[in-house]
Design a binder for this molecule. Sequence first.
Ligand SMILES: O=C(O)CCC(=O)C(=O)O
Length: 275
Amino acid sequence: MNQVSNQAPHHQGRWRIALIQSDIVLGEPEVNRENLERAMERAARAAEKPDIILLPELWNTGYALTEMSTLADPEGRDSRKWLASFAIRHGIHVVGGSIAEIREGHVYNTMPVFNRSGEEVAAYSKVHLFRLMEEEKYLQPGERSVTFVLDGQQAGAAICYDIRFPELVRSLALRGAKLLFVAAEWPHPRLNHWRTLLAARAIENQMYVIACNRAGTSGGDTFCGHSLIIDPWGDIVAEGGEGEEIVTGSIDLSLVDQVRRRIPVFADRRPQLYE
Ligand SMILES: O=C(O)CCC(=O)C(=O)O
């Protein structure tokens, strides 16, 4: 199956995507916002304007887990206001990576999503906390999986460790998601896992996987970059290197239906045998 054209116009499920693969300064939300804003403005003013911008995980605080109670954004208010105003200013959908936010005394790792009009169409809080980095000691897990609609197209949300749970992504696909947005702070030495898991989620669910990882180093971890856009056949539309970069590519959601017709995985499922 051929890759989709890089020139696809943004109508009828054809979108140009920009992934803001940035470094994140530990515990410095204002600095991070300023850095991201510069990169997002650059992406928005490119000759081929994106329809959707995706940011990395925990872009406000980084993994400053022990300081979350003071650093996390109360109700995510400031971060949301800023993301919404960017979406309105440029008429671009903003899948807001994720932010540390405090709600009712708990810190959540939450991906807010804004449409071109600046309306918040979804907020997904990471449901699988990553014990290897002791997230469960400092964060509260979300309690629901989330799909949302942009320009009439159904999408699903995932954050980092979530991609190790095929059942989560399958459930999003069964609810109609034709693409999955992933925000991550995925470190070495697991680049191979990152690339393989993302490709597997795309192939098995016959959906686009659009994943933005951070770059840089922090607290002894070196992050992989390699943000990816993978099509429903498993081909790579765009992939970043290791450093800071805006990764862009175009997608055509009619390819999802084509692939699902060619190999009818969803029609061939036998869920009564799986549990
Ligand atoms: O699953 C992994 O290897 C990385 C996950 C991770 O870093 C995270 O969820 O923050």
